[in-house]
Design a protein around this ligand. Structure first.
Ligand code: AP5
Length: 212
């Protein structure tokens, strides 16, 4: 089954997607990761996206939509997770028509429910491996050796948009543009709300249950 995984910044979309990739052999399509790769590579798309990302604003719909359309062009049989897309109602409408054209379907839109009061701490404490992209947290999921990735020995970094002011803008953008997607997916019978608090494994168990 193909799924949409959505929720506030820091809700755990990336953490849960990594588990689904490892255990269910799904393919993760993360628009945030795709943009960061473009920014790193200084591609024309990366240059366009960077100023929005640095300010914690959403990249304009038309840019995101054409990037996802290109990725879905290569879609084979492997089930996929759309992590962080769609993030606005126009993106959801564009997704619906692009899936129809390609003969693809989304089985569930899974919403990770985490209270706003939890998110700032999750995001300011996040550290990401500069080499393999693995995600840690300074207190909730610390690496064995400070600043070093357990998996590949890479250096852990703080994302540029994981600072308080930018996080606040991201949370505002979420409330304004992404939260309304809940009723969009509910109207189509696709929405399942999953409690995102608690141990990562407990969240994973609830998420996979909601996919049945
Ligand atoms: P993106 O990278 O998608 O950022 P985001 O949505 O803000 O989500 P995050 O990656 O910050 O959080 P997450 O939910 O994946 O949490 P994680 O698992 O890492 O997008 C970045 C930017 O790109 C956007 O601001 C925008 O500019 C642009 N963009 C991307 N897509 C776009 C779109 N569709 N339209 C327009 N613009 C777009 O977890 C966070 C932390 O919490 C980690 O440290 C983790 O270890 C910890 N944690 C995870 N689970 C738990 C748990 N159960 N308990 C305790 N801690 C936990």
């Amino acid at each position: 089954m193909n799924i949409v995984l959505f929720g506030a910044p820091g809700a755990g979309k990336g953490t849960q997607s990594a588990l689904l990739v490892e255990r269910m052999r799904m393919k993760q399509i993360s628009t945030g990761d795709l943009f960061r790769a473009h920014v790193k590579g200084q591609t024309p798309l990366g240059v366009k996206a960077k100023s929005y990302m640095d300010a914690g604003q959403l990249v304009p719909d038309e840019i995101v939509i054409s990037m996802v359309e290109e990725v879905l062009e290569d879609q084979q049989d492997q089930n996929f997770i759309l992590d962080g897309f769609p993030r606005t109602v126009p993106q959801a409408e564009a997704l619906e028509s692009m899936l129809k054209r390609k003969g693809l379907q989304i089985g569930r839109a899974l919403f990770l429910e985490v209270p706003m009061s939890e998110l700032m701490g999750r995001l300011t404490g996040r550290r990401v491996c500069s080499s393999c992209g693995a995600t840690y947290h300074v207190t909730a999921k610390p690496p064995k050796a400070k600043g070093i990735c357990d998996l590949c020995g890479g250096i852990l970094e703080q994302r540029k948009d994981d600072h308080e002011e930018v996080i606040q803008s991201r949370l505002d953008a979420y409330t304004r543009s992404t939260a309304p997607l809940k009723s969009y997916f509910a109207d189509r019978g696709m929405l399942r709300e999953v409690q995102g608090m608690g141990e990562t494994e407990a969240v994973y168990a609830r998420l996979t249950q909601a996919m049945k």
